[in-house]
Design a protein around this ligand. Structure first.
Ligand SMILES: O=P(O)(O)O[C@H]1O[C@H](CO)[C@@H](O)[C@H]1O
Ligand SMILES: O=c1cc[nH]c(=O)[nH]1
Length: 265
């Protein structure tokens, strides 16, 4: 028996109630609160602001008449556990992470998007929910909807196994940190993930995918490439993000339309 929120109950961290969600079962979850409004309005010009608590900024949009919540997760695994726990209690059943990422393979370029069909669990938060042997795997229907949307829209995309880390610097083998040091056990890790065919580094997807599987919810992830790790450690200038953002916004919207249409059958 799931611990759903009671009528009128405003959940402590996200500051939302069942009534405010108007029955929304789908949520788009970017990391950055500053990206929520633009994403919501790209789905629906009439999207409305709902709440802003801590790192969780929420807007409600409509896609094909269906309410869709757009809410930021903040950065990192611990933050996104609040999203799944509290939105799950409010009745959300499908989560799509939309964010930024660093690509690991030569053929995935700046401004492209990457769809994660699974992730390596280098995060810590998901270990509170499932042993490390348990896979962080995306929902098949959500992933196929994202892939088909990218194909239809002719958006260049990579698809594969992402690597989710708790640290942007040593966890992703970056040396441009405060002390420039990467622990010995992480030195060479970038090359190893590349050799294993992994597609990208980011910081929330494995936690989202693991928790959603554990709770019987659906999840997927699509990210725009803002760093190309075969070339450089650096994050590209803002123009690259803008291109990637336009792409992941339209792919996410088309994927939602597909899921909503399929769920109505
Ligand atoms: O753009 P967002 O969604 O925040 O995602 C990525 O960007 C942040 C690091 O710059 C991390 O949260 C990482 O996962
Ligand atoms: O390289 C990158 C770029 C964005 N987000 C990450 O976590 N890593």
């Amino acid at each position: 028996m799931k611990n759903y929120a009671k009528p009128g109950e405003v959940l402590y961290h996200v500051g939302l109630s069942v009534e405010m969600l108007q029955g929304a079962k789908y949520a788009l979850v970017p990391g950055d609160p500053g990206r929520v409004e633009g994403l919501a309005k790209a789905l629906d010009k009439k999207a409305v602001f709902l709440a802003s608590h801590r790192e969780f900024t929420s807007w409600l949009a409509r896609v094909k008449g269906e309410p869709v919540l757009v809410m930021s997760s903040g950065m990192g695994g611990p933050n996104i556990t609040f999203v799944v726990e509290e939105l799950g209690r409010l009745g959300v059943t499908t989560f799509i992470r939309v964010g930024t990422t660093g690509s690991l393979q030569e053929e995935i370029n700046l401004g492209d998007v990457v769809i994660c069909k699974a992730c390596v669990r280098m995060d810590g938060a998901s270990r509170a929910y499932a042993p490390i042997e348990y896979p962080a795997v995306a929902d098949l229907d959500v992933t196929i909807a994202l892939r088909d949307a990218a194909r239809e829209l002719k958006v260049p995309f990579g698809m594969g196994i992402g690597v989710t880390t708790d640290s942007f610097w040593p966890g992703q083998e970056r040396y441009d940190s405060l002390n420039g040091y990467v622990l010995r056990r992480l030195q060479g890790s970038l090359k190893e993930w590349q050799a294993l065919g992994c597609t990208n580094f980011e910081m929330e997807a494995s936690t989202l995918l693991t928790l959603c599987s554990v709770h019987g919810l659906r999840a997927g992830a699509i990210c725009g490439v803002v760093a190309k790790r075969t070339d450089s450690e650096s994050v590209a200038p803002p123009g690259v993000y803008k291109k990637a953002e336009q792409r992941f916004q339209k792919v996410a919207k088309r994927a939602l339309e597909k899921l909503i249409a399929a769920d109505k059958v």
